[in-house]
Design a protein around this ligand. Structure first.
Ligand SMILES: C[S@@+](CC[C@H](N)C(=O)[O-])C[C@H]1O[C@@H](n2cnc3c(N)ncnc32)[C@H](O)[C@@H]1O
Length: 317
């Protein structure tokens, strides 16, 4: 057997490859070293003919084992390299996920459309309804913050009971971002030609949204006690008005008067989907009984008259 040929498996640790020395009958030390002796006896080298000392044999054996374990060491180095490579790769992957999130954030494209909640009806509401309006406004704010095309959000004529309630229950409103909370009436902030009052009583039906315009939502929870109030105001002030094209797409259980946050969310959904039907169905609650036109049955028609005026001020919370 050549000195290069491993006598044992390379996986066996070094310390186990040193068998104990065993004395033979002549009192000489007989060990696996003698194998080494035999191996070197076969050699032509003169010095190998000399009997090796125990120390030399040990040295030789160690050298041999070191040679034998070359493969094992190479294998271990390879494994280490692969492990490091995998670690680098997984670090890279997680940082790519991070930039993916950043990309998601960058995909947000704010709309130039201004959407105003007109809070000038404060003294027409009892505290319970002011609180509902407050919740609806909170919802509008939250939805706008996470929208793909957030609108330029205004709260105008802000004051009175609504402001007191916000101070009392949600002090954080003073730090709200991407919103203009103003005490002025919207007519003091935006030119007349740009304004469109959204009101279910308008004979005009919106077909598209014009992102250069400022659309106004009446900040009112009135259980239909003040029918037509926003339409009258728009006419008095000589500004454009329009209702959402609900009737073209949806058969409702209840009247087409929606809560502030529903109107707000439909606008956001339309800006994203560019499709009224999809926008309505993604926002309107089931209990409004909204069904696509042509699919309505008799029971929904009955519900329309039973629920009239009852469900238009839902706070959707
Ligand atoms: C609960 S409603 C207030 C109803 C109130 N009686 C009125 O005359 O406006 C809240 C606001 O949402 C908007 N709104 C509700 N339904 C609408 C619809 N179908 N089309 C357009 N705007 C609507 C209006 O701006 C309305 O003032």
């Amino acid at each position: 057997m050549s000195a290069e040929t491993p006598t044992e498996s390379p996986e066996v640790p070094t310390e186990n490859t040193m068998p104990p020395d065993i004395p033979d009958v002549e009192g000489k030390v007989k060990s696996s070293d003698s194998q080494v002796d035999r191996q070197v006896e076969g050699s032509d080298e003169v010095e190998c003919l000399e009997p090796l000392s125990k120390r030399q044999r040990k040295k030789l054996l160690k050298q041999k084992q070191w040679e034998e374990q070359k493969d094992l060491r190479r294998q271990k180095r390879k494994e280490k390299r692969q492990k490091r490579k995998l670690e680098r790769q997984s670090k890279l992957d997680s940082s790519n996920e991070g930039s993916g999130r950043k990309r998601m954030r960058r995909e947000v494209v704010p709309s130039t459309l201004r959407l105003i909640v007109d809070c000038s009806f404060d003294d027409l509401m009892v505290l319970k309804d002011v609180k509902k309006l407050h919740k609806q406004i909170q919802r509008c704010y939250a939805e706008n913050r996470k929208a793909f095309h957030p609108v330029q959000f205004y709260l105008t004529s802000h004051g009175g009971q609504l402001k007191s309630n916000m101070n009392e229950n949600d002090k954080g409103w003073v730090n709200w971002k991407d919103i203009q909370i103003r005490t002025e009436h919207f007519s003091e902030l935006i030119k007349k030609e740009d304004l469109v009052y959204l009101t279910s009583d308008s004979p005009d039906v919106l077909s598209e949204l014009d992102e250069k315009k400022a659309y106004v939502i009446g900040g009112l929870v009135d259980h239909n006690h003040h029918k037509g109030i926003t339409y009258k105001k728009a006419v008095e002030q000589g500004i454009d008005h329009a209702q959402l094209p609900l009737g073209n797409f949806v058969k409702m259980n209840s009247r087409k008067v929606l809560a502030v946050n529903h109107v707000f969310e439909i606008i956001l959904a339309y800006l994203e989907k560019r499709d009224w039907k999809e926008a309505f169905f993604s926002v309107l609650p089931q209990r409004k009984g909204a069904v696509p036109l042509g699919e309505a049955n008799n029971s929904s028609t009955r519900a329309l008259s039973e629920k009239e005026g009852e469900d238009n001020d839902s706070d959707s919370n």
